[in-house]
Design a protein. Structure first.
Length: 123
């Protein structure tokens, strides 16, 4: 499955749309790991948009941002992230809103429970 993310950086008056890496499973079959990969890809895309010369493999930490799952008018749901750098919206994904919300919460909670490797991380 393919999806894209729309990125709005603070101070810009336009959005940029970039593809996310291919997703191994359809959203209704996602695991916490799949959701963590989507969130990480969204944060990495934001970092690259805001810091084009940065290391594209810089570690990503799933903290320091707000998130919400919203219905999409044409069907499915989107994941919206907001942090000091700006905002990103990915989707739409064919999964029930409540199920994706639970998966994201568990993925973020699991990431918080895992100590960071240190160094310069994007979050």
């Amino acid at each position: 499955m393919t999806a894209s993310v729309d990125i709005w950086l603070r101070g810009n008056h336009h959005a940029t749309t970039v593809p996310l890496p291919p997703l191994a499973r359809e959203p209704r079959a996602w695991t916490e790991g799949d959701v963590a990969s989507v969130l990480t890809s969204m944060l990495r895309a934001m970092d690259q948009a805001g810091n084009p010369g940065s290391d594209p493999d810089r570690p990503i930490a799933l903290r320091g941002f707000s998130w919400i799952v919203n219905p999409f008018e044409a069907g499915g749901v989107v994941i919206a992230l907001e942090l000091s750098l700006g905002a990103a919206v990915a989707g739409p994904f064919d999964i029930e809103e409540r199920a994706l919300t639970r998966l994201i919460q568990r993925a973020v909670d699991a990431a918080r429970a895992t100590p960071s490797a240190g160094g310069a991380t994007v979050h």
